[in-house]
Each structure stands twice: as structure tokens, then as C-alpha cells.
Write a protein that binds this ligand. Structure first.
Ligand SMILES: [Zn+2]
Length: 146
């Protein structure tokens, strides 16, 4: 799980527009999330860029969750929600990360070559079934009766 480390700068590009019923806030938020690659556990920094738009009502109404207080709009909850929703659940150091070797624990730089010894003998019967399925699927379907 990725997170925003304490002290990480958050860059905001905010536009405020006065409308007849409130202030429309449009913002672009950029920051950097930290986390661990779910495959190799390396530390990763992930750029986060997210936009949001919210109307702050001059007078509180039932439809609008946010309103202007003392001529101020409080964007903090919006920024937090926008960024949190953008955080990846399964951060990767690289889309092609091969993860760790289950035997040595070393980070793999290429796909692990599957050798027959990797297959648990208890699953060998299933493997035979799996190959059967493939062969059957390749055969042309039985003719339909008309
Ligand atoms: Zn990785």
C-alpha cells in the first residue's frame, strides 16, 4: 500500500470562480507517494497527479456538502480524498518487475524459468488434467444435429 510520507510537498494549482450560488474550486494536485513494490519489496516513489472540482455554496444547502466560511474555502478534505483515492493498492517498482526468487529471496531480473522440480508432486495429476483440457479445446466442436 502506498502512502504520502510526512513532509512530502503537495503542489496545488487552484482556480476559484465566483458563481451566483457559490465558489467553484478547480484544482490540480501533484505529489509523490511512497510505498513498497508488492512483488520485490523495493521502496518506490510514485508520482500522483489528480484533479478535482467542487462548488462551495455561499449559504449551506442540503445538496452541497461544502460551503464558504468567513470568506474562506477549506480544500484540505478534498485534497486528501482526491489523493487517497489515487494511491495505488499494489504499487510496483516497474510494470515488468519479476519479484523475488522464492528459493533465494533475491530480486529477479528476468522471469524465473520453471523447471519440473518446481512442481509439487501432489499437483502433478492436476497438471496432466490441465494439458488434457488444452488438447480437447483445440479439437473442432462436435457437429450440431439439425
Ligand atoms: Zn519490484
Amino acid at each position: 500500500m502506498a502512502f504520502i510520507a510526512e513532509g512530502t510537498p503537495i503542489v496545488l494549482d487552484v482556480r476559484l470562480e465566483g458563481l451566483h450560488d457559490g465558489i467553484l474550486v478547480s484544482a490540480e494536485v501533484s505529489t509523490v507517494a511512497s510505498g513498497e513494490c508488492v512483488r520485490c519489496l523495493d521502496e518506490v516513489s510514485l508520482p500522483i497527479e489528480v484533479e478535482f472540482q467542487e462548488l462551495f455554496a455561499y449559504s449551506p444547502t442540503e445538496e452541497l456538502e461544502f460551503s464558504v466560511h468567513d470568506n474562506h474555502v477549506d480544500c484540505e478534505p478534498l485534497i486528501r480524498d482526491a489523493v487517497v483515492l489515487e494511491l495505488p493498492f499494489q504499487p510496483l517498482c516497474n510494470e515488468d518487475c519479476w519479484g523475488l526468487d522464492p528459493e533465494t529471496g533475491e530480486k529477479l531480473s528476468e522471469p524465473r524459468s520453471a523447471t519440473s522440480s518446481d512442481i509439487d508432486p501432489r499437483w502433478a495429476a492436476l497438471e496432466a488434467l490441465a494439458s488434457d483440457t488444452t488438447t480437447t479445446a483445440d479439437k473442432p466442436a462436435a457437429k450440431k444435429r439439425t
